[in-house]
Design a protein around this ligand. Structure first.
Ligand code: CIZ
Ligand code: SF4
Length: 301
């Protein structure tokens, strides 16, 4: 059996679209109808006419697609693919902060569980966090769950009182300063592109800081032939496709999200055949979690 042709056939029969995040395996990015970051993919999910949305990503992405387009059937390739950072904040702390500060906006990085979104005022992604936080009418901001993106936004948006939760992405947070410096020595002409989920000491080594989509676009702005890429290594697939004449380097310890890599072609085929791993959310939860996602889409316009 040619699994790729079977997937294409089943996708048509099911009236399904396949969405893939930049961090998943190459062959999934290749077969997907849309590849992008979570902001782009959530906009596609919100407006598609397809009957089924099949998400190669992690759980919060499938949940967000279901919340934004509740009448569609949404499927994940692996129910156990979750984002470690998504769980690194608590409703208890949100409620404490709400009672402590007047006029507080809870800003929730989209890499969060649905439970956290239900108690948040607006979602952001790494592509729009600065823009949205700047536009908010509130003086006090509680940014969850990521400390690194939160602190980066805080440095950029000076006129707000931004309190940052202490979560982190294990993949980005663990990049070693020493490996980055070694790589820079080895390739002195390389431009360093870093994701804001990296620690401050790493961001200080970077020439450009931005989300995956911003990193991909940023390459256009440089004449250099070499780039050091400090984000999950799935993004190298798009970078090498888009810029075949440029060289992209990764740190020695490699940045690999094991949850993103749980998505495979075989699981995609299985979902199309057996309709497994459907995302189910109660209407009550959906309505509560919809508000911050819709606010994100409105503010980001
Ligand atoms: O927002 C996203 O999709 C994530 C998780 C990373 C990025 O920068 O695109
Ligand atoms: Fe979550 Fe980090 Fe994996 Fe992104 S790379 S999905 S933030 S654990």
């Amino acid at each position: 059996m040619d699994i790729i042709n079977e997937i294409k056939k089943l996708k048509k029969e099911n009236e399904a679209i396949i969405l893939a995040h930049y961090y998943v395996n190459d062959e999934l990015q290749e077969i997907a109808d849309y590849v992008g970051d979570s902001f782009y993919l959530s906009k596609i999910a919100a407006t598609t006419n397809a009957k089924q949305i099949i998400f190669a990503g992690v759980k919060f992405m499938g949940e967000s697609a279901k919340i934004l387009n509740y009448d569609k059937r949404v499927f994940l390739l692996d129910e156990n693919a979750t984002c470690a950072m998504a769980h690194m904040a608590t409703v208890k702390r949100i409620l404490e902060m709400k009672s402590k500060y007047e006029n507080l906006a809870v800003v929730c990085y989209i890499n969060s569980t649905m439970e956290l979104k239900k108690y948040s005022d607006v979602c952001v992604t790494s592509a729009n966090a600065i823009k949205i936080v700047s536009k908010l009418p509130n003086k006090n901001i509680f940014f969850i769950p990521d400390q690194n993106l939160g602190n980066y936004v805080k440095e950029q948006v000076k006129d707000k009182n931004i309190i940052v939760n202490d979560g982190f992405c294990p993949i980005h947070h663990e990049v070693k300063l020493d490996s980055v410096r070694k790589l820079k020595k080895q390739f002195p002409l390389a431009i360093v592109l870093a994701h804001p989920e990296c620690k401050r000491e790493i961001l200080e080594e970077a020439d450009f800081i931005g989300s995956t989509s911003m990193i991909i676009d940023a390459v256009n702005n440089y004449d250099n032939d070499e780039f050091i890429v400090l984000t999950e290594n799935g993004v190298l697939y798009e970078l090498r496709n888009k810029y075949p004449n440029k060289q992209f380097y990764e740190v020695r310890e490699q940045m690999v999200c094991v949850d993103m890599k749980k998505n495979t072609i075989e699981k995609l085929y299985d979902v199309l055949v057996n309709e497994t791993n459907e995302v189910k959310i109660s209407i009550e939860d959906r309505n509560l979690a919809l508000k911050p996602l819709e606010e994100m889409l409105r503010y980001a316009k």
